[in-house]
Design a protein around this ligand. Structure first.
Ligand code: FAD
Length: 313
C-alpha cells in the first residue's frame, strides 16, 4: 500500500489534535507515514502510533529555522522517493503555503481548506456559508491536501510507528528567509483557537476593549476566544485571535458570535463550524442566515445570562 505523508504539527513535545485527524484521514487512502520536523519525543511517537502511523520520518529541527521553504523541499523529496499516494497537512496559514510550494515542486495540484476526504482522495469543500458542498480531485501527480482542523474526527487505530531519520539538502533559495524569533501567544488556560471545540468570538458589537463578556462565556464552556477584524482593527483584541479570511480559520463544534454582522470575509473563517449561534441586536444581520440558532438582543444582556446559566451546571 502506498504511503500517505502527514506533516505533524507539534508544540512543546505534544502532537496537535489536527495531526491525529490527518492520520485518521490518511488511513482511508493508504499507509500513514508521519513527518516530524524537530525532536520526535517519546510522547509524540506514542501518540502517532496510537493513531495509526506506520512510519515516523524525523527531520532535523534546523528545517524550522527557515520560513516554509525547507518543509516544502522535505515533503516533495519524500513524496517522490517513497512514491507517496498523497501529502496531507493541516490548513493553517503557514501550512497552506507549504502545501502550495510542495505541489509546485511535485508538478501536482493542491487542495486547501478541505473538510473531508475519501479513499480516492476526492476532497470536500464547504462554500457559501455551508450552503454548497463541492468536491475536487487532483488529476496530475501526488495530491497535496490541506485539511481544516476539527473537520475530521480523529479515531485511534494502532500503527507500527517505525522511526526513520530523513533529511534534505537545502538549496540557497530555501534558506532565503530565516526565522529570527518565535513569540508564544499568551492564551492562559484557554485552548488554541484553531483546535478548540468551542469558540466564542466578539465583534464591533462588543463596543470596546473590555472583552470580558466574550472571555467569560468562552471560559464557562472551556472554549477559545476569537474576534472579528473590526474588533481587532479597533485595538480591542490581539490580531492573533482574528477569525476570517485574513485571520485564522476555525471549525469548532460550537461557534458563538457576539455582535458580529457576518461579512463574507468573517464567514470564510468560521462557516464550517458544526453549530453556529449568533447573538445580534439586528434580526437582519447576514450571519443569522447561516446560524443554527440566533438570539436577537443586546449581547451585554444575553451573554452574561448565558454564562451564569452554564456556570450553574
Ligand atoms: P460590523 O459589521 O460593524 O457588525 C457589528 C454587528 O454587531 C452588527 O451586526 C450589529 O447589529 C451588532 N451589534 C452592535 N451592538 C450590539 C449589541 N450590543 N448586541 C448585539 N449585537 C450588536 N473581517 C473579519 O472578521 N475577519 C477577516 O479575516 C476579515 N478579512 C478581511 C479582508 C478584506 C480584504 C476585507 C476587505 C475585509 C475583511 N474583513 C474581515 C472585514 C469585514 O468585511 C467586516 O468589516 C468585519 O468582519 C466586520 O466586523 P463586525 O461584524 O465585528 O462589525
Amino acid at each position: 500500500m502506498a504511503e500517505v505523508l502527514v506533516l505533524v504539527d507539534h508544540v512543546d513535545g505534544q502532537v496537535k489534535k489536527v495531526a491525529l485527524e490527518l492520520l485518521t484521514a490518511a488511513r482511508r487512502i493508504g499507509e500513514p507515514a508521519a513527518v516530524v520536523v524537530g525532536e520526535a519525543t517519546d510522547g509524540i511517537k506514542a501518540k502517532l502510533a496510537e493513531y495509526g502511523a506506520e512510519k515516523v520520518y524525523t527531520a532535523p529541527a534546523e528545517l524550522d529555522d527557515y520560513v516554509v521553504a525547507p518543509k516544502a523541499e522535505l515533503l516533495a523529496t519524500l513524496a517522490t522517493d517513497r512514491s507517496a499516494a498523497a501529502v496531507l497537512l493541516s490548513a493553517t496559514a503557514e501550512n497552506k503555503e507549504i502545501a502550495g510550494r510542495t505541489a509546485v515542486k511535485l508538478g501536482s495540484g493542491v487542495l486547501t481548506d478541505v473538510v473531508d476526504i475519501t479513499a480516492d482522495v476526492v476532497a470536500e469543500h464547504s462554500v457559501f456559508g455551508g450552503a454548497v458542498v463541492t468536491h475536487a480531485k487532483v488529476r496530475t501527480g501526488v495530491p497535496v491536501v490541506a485539511v481544516r482542523p476539527n473537520a475530521i474526527a480523529a479515531e485511534a487505530a494502532p500503527g507500527a510507528a517505525v522511526e526513520e531519520a530523513v533529511s534534505v539538502e537545502l538549496s540557497d533559495s530555501a534558506k532565503a528567509a530565516r526565522v529570527t524569533e518565535r513569540v508564544k501567544q499568551e492564551q492562559g488556560s484557554r485552548p488554541e483557537l484553531t483546535e478548540a471545540a468551542v469558540v466564542v468570538s466578539g465583534g464591533r458589537g462588543v463596543g470596546g476593549d473590555d472583552f470580558s463578556v466574550v472571555e467569560n462565556l468562552a471560559d464557562s464552556l472551556g472554549g477559545a476566544v476569537g474576534a472579528s477584524r473590526a474588533a481587532v482593527d479597533s485595538g480591542w483584541y490581539p490580531n492573533a485571535f482574528q477569525v476570517g479570511q485574513t485571520g485564522r480559520t476555525v471549525s469548532p463544534n460550537l461557534y458563538i458570535a457576539l455582535g458580529i454582522s457576518g461579512a463574507i470575509q468573517h464567514r470564510a473563517g468560521m462557516q464550517t463550524s458544526k453549530t453556529i449561534v449568533a447573538v445580534n441586536k439586528d434580526p437582519e444581520a447576514p450571519l443569522l442566515e447561516i446560524s443554527d440558532f440566533a438570539v436577537v438582543g443586546d449581547l451585554h444582556k444575553v451573554a452574561p445570562q448565558l454564562t451564569e446559566e452554564i456556570n450553574k451546571r
